[in-house]
Design a protein around this ligand. Structure first.
Ligand code: HAM
Length: 426
């Protein structure tokens, strides 16, 4: 029988890269809690209907990419392909709107889309997202975009391009849709196959086509901006003004349409050279009513963590977390004392690794070097007999014997020495 492997489009996040994830997650928590956003955790599977109604049946996500199955009770369930629909469901179900004011929520977790796996494209991936529900004010648009920018800067990404567009109201879009279909229909045979299909199903998404011939045809196509009502245009101008006031750099992309159907007015994406779109979002003023809730204007975004971390790994190729102490020991009594020493050091907050091999000291020292520990505690038969321990600083080779009972009185001194040895390494 062959070895069982991880499923296509899924991947294990191994210890060697976990530091990136933990840093990104910690930064997200810090930035979002400072911005007064509260975390929400919703289930990974939901009733299929939620996504069909929320995201739109004409989208690729719903039409082609959902992990949908019948459970043992014949219910149609779907692994969440994104976070917004579930958050809105929870918002309505628990009456969060009844609390009045604005709800600022964030989430982080696995999402599932049956896509062709490639660079930065997986079938199970992770998103960090925010949803601000209960305000149609243009300042809410600027606020959520500013928080995304702050988060990206805080993790160390300063060179993503922010692209901005307005999708206007439903009426603006249906006006535009007919102009676009009228323009494209005579070229139908020259469009790529996907775009031909979208011409009836979801024509605005044709603007997103990567096909060169389709893009050439689109050169002279009418633009969505020309179909915006005066009020929508004015709103969009105000959002741009606020972003400029906040010192946020953006470019206007009149062809930015987003892949989910719930958007209106402001839509935006963060673009990178290596992975394309790293994050995106926008206003979704109709979604709460679409899903049976009271009229609630809302805006949010989600960032794909695999793409974000892929960029960080290129920027900072290693991110090892250093061990403080590595304990080597040999002989029954020494090994038992070493186990106890590890517990004492850990309880004092020192990152401590215990060698369990009982192999020759030379081999244990090699592993200590590999662990990048700052110092080694050594316990042999002699130390065990007189209840001492040898402390050896690996960078300098400096070594001293310490009585085990005295060790706790030296912790502050050890912390200082650890700090000094790290500074010298830098
Ligand atoms: P989205 O643009 O569909 O928006 O996804 C957001 C991000 O998730 C993408 O920019 C990308 O980084 C990541 N992503 C999407 N699909 C994959 C995949 N197959 N593999 C790896 N990463 C992927 C949303 O999901 C909306 N819910 C965002 C939102 C929140 N809008 C309003 N509120």
């Amino acid at each position: 029988m062959g070895l069982i492997q991880a499923q296509r489009g899924t991947r294990d996040i191994l210890p060697g890269e976990i530091a990136y994830w933990q840093q990104v997650e910690a930064t997200a928590r810090a930035i979002l809690s400072t911005a007064a956003f509260a975390e929400i955790r919703t289930p990974i599977f939901e009733q299929t209907d939620l996504f069909e109604r929320g995201i739109g049946e004409a989208t690729d996500v719903v039409g082609k990419e959902m992990y949908t199955f019948l459970d043992k009770g014949d219910r149609s369930l779907t692994l969440r392909p994104e976070g917004t629909a579930g958050v809105v469901r929870a918002f309505i179900e628990h009456g969060l709107h009844a609390q009045g004011g604005v709800q600022r929520l964030w989430y982080m977790g696995a999402m599932f889309r049956y896509e062709r796996p490639g660079t930065g494209r997986q079938r199970q991936f992770h998103q960090l997202g925010v949803e601000l529900l209960g305000s149609g004010d243009v300042r809410a648009d600027a606020e959520v975009i500013a928080i995304a920018v702050d988060f990206l800067h805080a993790v160390g990404l300063n060179d993503l391009q922010l692209e901005l567009n307005s999708l206007g109201t439903r009426d603006d879009r249906s006006h535009y849709r007919s102009l676009l279909v009228d323009y494209l229909t005579p070229y139908k045979a020259d469009l790529d196959a996907d775009s031909q299909d979208r011409l009836t199903r979801n024509p605005l998404r044709i603007l997103d086509s990567k096909d060169a011939k389709t893009q050439a045809i689109l050169q002279d196509a009418p633009l969505l901006g020309q179909s915006l009502s005066a009020a929508s245009q004015e709103r969009f101008t105000k959002v741009q003004q606020l972003l400029t006031d906040l010192g946020i750099v953006y470019t206007l992309n009149p062809k930015l349409v987003r892949g989910l159907d719930y958007y209106s007015h402001t839509a935006f994406e963060f673009q990178s050279v290596q992975f394309g779109t790293v994050g995106g979002g926008g206003r979704y003023d109709g979604l709460v009513t679409e899903l049976g809730g009271p009229e609630t204007l809302a805006i949010g975004w989600a960032i794909g963590l695999e793409r974000l971390i892929g960029l960080l790994q290129q920027l900072r190729p290693t991110q090892a977390t250093a061990t403080d102490f590595y304990i080597v020991s040999k002989g029954d009594a020494a090994e038992t004392q070493a186990l106890k020493l590890a517990q004492t050091l850990r309880r004092a907050g020192f990152k401590t690794e215990l060698d369990l091999s009982s192999s020759a000291f030379g081999k244990q020292f090699k592993r200590a070097d590999r662990s990048k520990a700052a110092a080694c505690f050594i316990l042999g038969e002699a130390e065990a007999a007189n209840h001492t321990v040898q402390l050896k600083w690996l960078a300098t080779g400096e070594q001293q014997a310490i009585a085990q009972s005295e060790l706790p009185t030296r912790f502050n001194e050890l912390r200082q020495q650890l700090d000094n040895s790290r500074e010298n390494q830098i």
